[in-house]
Design a binder for this molecule. Structure first.
Ligand SMILES: Cc1cc2nc3c(=O)[nH]c(=O)nc-3n(C[C@H](O)[C@H](O)[C@H](O)COP(=O)(O)OP(=O)(O)OC[C@H]3O[C@@H](n4cnc5c(N)ncnc54)[C@H](O)[C@@H]3O)c2cc1C
Length: 385
């Protein structure tokens, strides 16, 4: 991939969003189908978005991830999360990659030939994904992994999974874990049933069971015990920007749906359009400001983190929390503005509302993020002992 400026990245994302992603969005939701055509095109155009230029990637960071997430999310949140998880996984791999990992993973990702994803969550520890119970045991040069990952987006479609795990003999204390890349071709991976979410129905977010599956030691990322470094320096920033971008896109789409409805709907007895009611004008104006101030916080957070500014952590965490609140508010408020017509027909608004409800529960959840911000402001440790 040749170097692209941010403007060209945004234009490329917009092209794919307006064509393939928009064309697939409804059927992806209706049939719970993984957005294959969109992912193929996104991989081809922007698959190496966060991979180093030296390895053939585009060398972009958090701002590009947020902007691409927003553009794709405006058309289809499922597609945006599927691609976003690939970007986060690529960033995690690239942070401390060995030459071998560069050859095996990052160059193919940059060439648009390898799709990855993040598999951190587990059924036991749920939202506290930084405390894995998946265990690895040494067996000569190979490690053996046992445990279950939950909600793995891109499940059976990815070529690799970025996982976190702990040595079998190590007590589960924060900081003693490792991060690794697991090949999709690894023998013994067992996938749970197909994903049937309330929203995000194209994600294919399945559970993955591993019992004594082999993991070559060369697939460990960084040093053993680096997991918390990865969580706060790579996973959280990239994940938060990918999520926040996606759900800001959903909120923007819902706002536009509300605006169009008010302009279109006219009562026959009075001949009056809904757009002429002051209370509805006021409500729409308030929603616009809610979306726009959240967008400003999101862009600021990405830029602040890229320049290692002092408010980076506060802004990154708050941006995703604010976006979650915004998409929740806007989709629900627009549902009211759209009346029984919006409630009763199979409109895109239904999808926005269902997809948007995932924003709070994608961990770090809204409450966890607010608490981290409070703790950081009070000079308290972010994670409890
Ligand atoms: C559509 C979708 C896609 C996903 N994709 C991925 C993926 O690709 N990779 C991945 O690793 N994970 C993924 N996840 C998992 C997600 O990030 C969470 O880990 C998961 O939703 C936790 O679910 P749970 O029922 O175990 O939550 P629980 O841990 O049981 O929590 C339930 C609720 O309790 C509250 N809560 C829990 N812990 C705390 C705490 N410490 N402080 C304050 N409140 C708390 C929160 O409100 C939370 O929503 C996905 C989830 C969804 C819904």
């Amino acid at each position: 991939m040749a170097k692209m400026e941010l403007g060209a990245v945004i234009a490329a994302a917009q092209r794919v969003a307006d064509s393939t992603v928009a064309a697939e969005a409804r059927v992806v939701d209706r049939e719970g189908r993984w957005p294959e055509a969109s992912l193929k095109e996104l991989q081809r155009e922007l698959g190496g978005l966060v991979v180093d230029e030296r390895l053939g990637g585009l060398g972009h960071g958090l701002s590009a991830v947020a902007r691409v997430g927003e553009i794709i999310g405006r058309q289809c949140a499922s597609t945006s999360i599927c691609f976003g998880m690939h970007l986060v996984a690529s960033a995690v791999m690239g942070a401390k990659a060995t030459v071998r990992q560069e050859q095996e993973f990052l160059r193919p990702i940059a060439a648009g030939e390898h799709l990855s994803t993040l598999a951190l969550s587990e059924p036991g520890t749920g939202s506290e994904f930084w405390l894995p119970q998946c265990r690895m045991q040494s067996d000569g040069d190979t490690l053996r992994v046992t445990g279950t990952k939950s909600f793995v987006t891109n499940a059976t479609h990815a070529d690799s999974y970025v996982i976190n795990l702990v040595r079998a003999a190590t007590p589960a204390a924060a900081g003693s874990f490792s991060v690794a890349v697991l090949d999709a071709a690894t023998p013994g991976l067992q996938w749970g049933p197909a994903w049937h979410g309330f929203g995000m129905r194209g994600n294919d977010s399945r559970a993955l069971q591993m019992h004594d599956v082999p993991l070559d030691a060369s697939r460990l990322l960084g040093e053993e015990g680096d997991e918390i470094w990865y969580v706060f320096n790579v996973v959280a920033p990239f994940f938060l920007m990918a999520m926040a971008g996606t759900y800001l896109g959903v909120a923007t789409a819902a706002l536009e749906t509300g605006r169009e409805h008010l302009k279109r709907r006219r009562h026959t007895h009075s001949g009056r359009q809904l757009s002429t009611h002051p209370v509805l004008q006021h409500r729409l104006g308030t929603l616009w400001a809610t979306v726009e101030r959240t967008r400003r916080l999101l862009y600021f957070a990405a830029e602040e983190a890229e320049s290692a500014g002092p408010a980076a952590l506060l802004a990154l965490c708050s941006a995703k929390a604010e976006v979650a609140q915004t998409v929740d508010t806007v989709t629900n408020e627009v549902m009211t503005l759209a009346g029984g017509i919006g409630y009763g027909t199979d409109s895109d608004l239904h999808r926005y509302l269902r997809d948007g409800r995932a924003a709070h529960v994608m961990s770090p959840t809204t409450d966890i993020l607010r608490t981290w911000v409070g703790r950081a402001l009070l000079d308290e440790p972010l994670l409890e002992d």
